[in-house]
Design a protein around this ligand. Structure first.
Ligand SMILES: Nc1nc2c(ncn2[C@@H]2O[C@H](COP(=O)(O)OP(=O)(O)OP(=O)(O)O)[C@@H](O)[C@H]2O)c(=O)[nH]1
Length: 346
């Protein structure tokens, strides 16, 4: 730095106060200031790699690099600084006294420092108050600017953090959506077999109840619908069945398409009457809708449904559950379909 100076008297060698912000905040002292500091302070030689202090060390003296270079490492993601001749550091230790160092200071190469302790600084205040006052203003300005830089960095980091959180939120949302898709039957929007198994496991894990109702629903002569009217009509019929199931279940129940034209409901109730109410509603609603269909030969929107219902024990496995409900369903089919059959535990 080429500091302009005020000539004459005790203020000799003092840079003008109106020097720009850069000059005010630089750690470089003028040659006159260095000479003065050298006179009051103590010269100290340093060796390459020598640690002058570590972050957190308590310190009471400041340093001016007289010869060589010193690295200041502030840690974290803060930019390290390399100081050369006439630059000063550690001034807060001197000014505040017993101050925790904010950086590691390590000599880059062999060199020399001027060390200024409290007593030396007091002599300097007496001897050259104007120099000291200018130096103090610069030191304060540097602290303020460093702080502002820190605030800016923190703000930026906060924004980065916010952006990362937003990304995380979006990913979580996407994951939830994917998980939902994995459990959902694409055609009807009901749970698929995987979703059913997860639900059954969850019910077991939380020990929700000792018994559940299981209702198995199968379309009657559905293959005929496909054959007569095509797959799209068949799909629409399956969607109508799903709508009936969705309409009858409570918030604790689960409706699932097991595959093809086969559906099931897990009813969170151990009451035969309640399970039969649900089963009857399904078969009856399908029958009534079918009866309401107008034109002979028009593509159907629903078909007759066979329903098998039973109670199952939470402790037994899915195959045992299914076998019991299927026994009832088989009977319903054997009797011509469009009806509900109940199966007691055998
Ligand atoms: N449209 C459509 N058809 C499907 C789908 N999945 C399976 N199917 C058809 O559903 C039909 C089921 O036929 P079956 O198991 O013989 O049942 P069904 O004709 O209802 O016979 P019963 O149950 O004895 O009355 C088959 O023709 C399958 O091709 C689907 O997603 N969409």
């Amino acid at each position: 730095m080429s500091a302009r100076t005020v000539p004459g008297g005790a203020a000799a060698g003092v840079p003008r106060a109106e020097l720009g912000e850069e000059a005010m905040t630089t750690a470089i002292l003028s040659a006159e200031e260095v000479a003065l500091f050298a006179r009051m302070g103590r010269l100290r030689s340093i060796q390459q790699g020598q640690v002058l202090f570590r972050r957190g060390d308590r310190g009471t003296s400041m340093y001016v690099v007289s010869r060589g270079e010193v690295d200041l490492d502030f840690g974290d993601d803060l930019r390290p600084k390399r100081l050369g001749p006439n630059e000063f550091f550690g001034e807060l230790g001197l000014l505040i006294g017993d101050h925790g160092r904010s950086a590691d200071a390590v000599a880059v190469c062999e060199g020399e420092l001027i060390e200024l302790r409290h007593e030396a600084f007091e002599r300097l205040v007496e001897h050259a108050p104007v120099v000291v006052s200018f130096f103090l203003r610069r030191a304060i300005m540097r602290v303020v600017l460093n702080e502002q830089g820190l605030i800016r960095r923190l703000r930026r980091r906060n924004q980065d953090l916010q952006a990362a959180l937003d990304r995380l939120h979006a990913t979580t949302h996407q994951l939830n959506r994917t998980e939902e898709l994995v459990r959902t039957d694409e055609l009807t929007g009901l749970y698929n077999r995987r979703g059913l198994m997860m639900h059954v496991q969850e019910c077991r894990d939380i020990g929700k109840a000792d018994r559940f109702g299981l209702v198995l629903v199968d379309c009657d002569r559905f293959k005929q619908v496909n054959d007569d009217f095509g797959h799209l009509t068949g799909d629409r019929v399956l969607q109508s069945v799903a709508s009936i199931l969705r309409a009858v279940i409570g918030p604790e129940d689960l409706a699932c398409r097991l595959g093809g034209d086969e559906f099931c409901l897990v009813i969170a109730s151990g009451s035969r009457d309640e399970v039969m109410r649900v089963a009857n509603y399904i078969a009856r609603t399908a029958g009534e809708l079918l009866a309401m269909e107008g034109n002979e030969g028009a593509p159907p929107v629903i078909c007759q449904l066979s329903v098998g219902a039973c109670l199952v024990e939470a402790g037994s496995d899915w195959n045992a559950w299914y076998a019991r409900a299927d026994a009832a369903l088989y009977r319903a089919k054997r009797h011509g379909g469009g009806r509900v059959e109940w199966q007691d535990p055998t």
